[in-house]
Design a protein around this ligand. Structure first.
Ligand code: DLL
Length: 433
């Protein structure tokens, strides 16, 4: 099913003409309304009038996550605050999160983009969408919600967690489309088995899974265990949330809503734009965004772009499912975590050494489990068991409150974590995706 064929199947010349008109308007808008961008443009020696073709986008400066944090909360706002209808922030960041502010038009666009996403998985009016992405500042919950509404589907805003209740609702309301992280879908399947619910006999027909990395192997498993068609969906708070790109029934790459989000692939070392088909860092410009528009945002996600005649009839460009990241960001149960955040917590707690390792695994229950090994000072290690337990509890609770993840902490003797000659190996990721 194609939600907006007039847009999703547009010819390339027409598309590029429209993208250019949006890009010109966008550069003028940010130059006029956002001092942060005016300064960046001036430093780069570029003016909105220099944008004569789409390729001229390479003249514009990149935007990085650190810059977004520095401008918290409203430094990138391009409209009066009174026009903001909703804000969301990125998950799992300490202190200063990244803010996405939406105007009425931005919410409309998000609804369209998400309706396209759900339609790609075959959803439409009459479907029952069980939305198990978290509602709140995280974009997953409300993003899917708006899309389902736009489609005219029945959306069950159950949010994340409470697995037994999820299964009860799924059975009693005849859920046809499930939206959650891929790892959670497998957890649901396993809990169903334990509860004696034959999930494969329920009316579920498709699922939209994203917000964390997963693989073809996991797709095969999810499709078999839940008896549904599993679609990869991608997005990020900085750009809009989910709705940036998603898989149609061909499941061969994710169609990017490039009428709203202009993609580029760059060499992460040199910043040079790479041709279609070459692997590199994904960069987005929010062509139509009003609230917090972004110019050439470096996502740190690695993939490549390709255009092909897709069996579904869409002509919009595709990206390969994500191949990795250029940084060390981990996603643990849907929460973005940087090892440096854990380090900051440890540095504050007396008795710990700055030597630690984060071991991430996917347990038999299919959920991510993080264990952090922390070296403690000699004097602490020879202390009473009680003192060690207290220290462990303090670290666990600080990590929970700062990062929003529950991690088990194991205190280890000084000098037991392997030292490295180069980059310290802070993360051991044992998850087989
Ligand atoms: O995760 C938005 C989202 C919600 C996407 C629901 C899909 C479904 P953030 O919390 O800002 O936003 O995290 C964005 O998550 O840069 C990727 O590294 C990663 N990510 C998102 N989708 C996928 C995916 C939401 N399908 C960051 N595959 C991104 C792999 C993904 N990684």
């Amino acid at each position: 099913m194609i939600f907006q064929p007039e847009v999703e199947c547009r010819d390339k010349v027409d598309l590029r003409r429209r993208q250019l008109a949006h890009l010109v308007a966008l550069t003028e808008r940010v130059y006029k309304n956002v001092p942060f961008y005016r300064k960046k443009f001036e430093e780069a020696g570029v003016k909105p009038a220099d944008i004569q073709s789409l390729d001229d986008i390479a003249k514009l400066p990149f935007t990085t996550k650190d810059e977004l944090r520095e401008t918290y909360p409203y430094g990138l706002l391009a409209v009066p605050e009174s026009e903001v209808l909703e804000v969301h922030t990125s998950s799992g960041t300490t202190g200063t999160p990244v803010v996405d502010a939406y105007t009425k038009k931005d919410i409309e666009i998000w609804s369209d983009a998400m309706a396209r996403t759900l339609a790609m998985a075959g959803a439409g009016a009459g479907d029952v969408v069980q939305n198990a992405y978290g509602y709140g500042l995280f974009t997953g919950g409300l993003g899917v919600h708006y899309g389902a509404r736009r489609l005219g589907a029945n959306v069950i805003p159950i949010s994340a967690g409470n697995t037994k209740r999820q299964l009860m609702i799924m059975r009693d309301f005849g859920t046809t489309l499930l939206t959650c992280t891929p790892s959670y879908s497998l957890f649901l399947a396993e809990t169903a088995k334990e509860e004696g619910i034959e999930i494969e006999k329920l009316p579920l027909k498709a699922g939209c899974f994203g917000a964390e990395p997963w693989s073809e192997g996991m797709r095969v498993e999810i499709e078999a265990k839940l008896s549904l068609s599993a679609h990869d969906i991608y997005g990020l708070t900085e750009i809009i949330g989910p709705g940036v790109s998603s898989e149609c029934e061909a499941k061969n790459g994710l169609h990017i809503n490039e009428d709203f989000f202009y993609p580029e692939i760059i060499d992460p070392e040199t910043g040079k734009v790479l041709p279609e088909g070459e692997k590199g860092e994904l960069v987005f410009t929010t062509l139509t965004k009003e609230g917090t528009p972004i110019i050439r945002y470096r996502t740190r996600d690695i993939t490549y772009l390709f255009r092909e005649k897709c069996a579904c009839g869409r002509t919009i460009v595709k990206m390969h499912r994500l191949l990795g990241r250029t940084d060390d960001m981990l996603i643990i149960r849907g929460v973005n975590v940087f090892p440096s955040q854990i380090e900051q917590v440890l540095m504050r707690i007396e008795g710990t050494e700055p030597h630690y390792q984060i071991i991430v695994d996917r347990s038999s229950t299919r959920l991510d489990e993080a264990e952090i090994h922390v070296e403690v000072e000699e004097s602490v290690f020879s202390d009473t068991t009680r003192r060690l337990e207290e220290l462990r509890d303090t670290i666990e609770s600080e990590i929970r409150s700062e990062l929003g993840i529950g991690a088990k902490v194991r205190l280890v003797e000084p000098k037991t974590i392997e030292r490295s000659l180069g980059k310290a190996q802070r993360v051991v990721d044992k998850r087989k995706l």
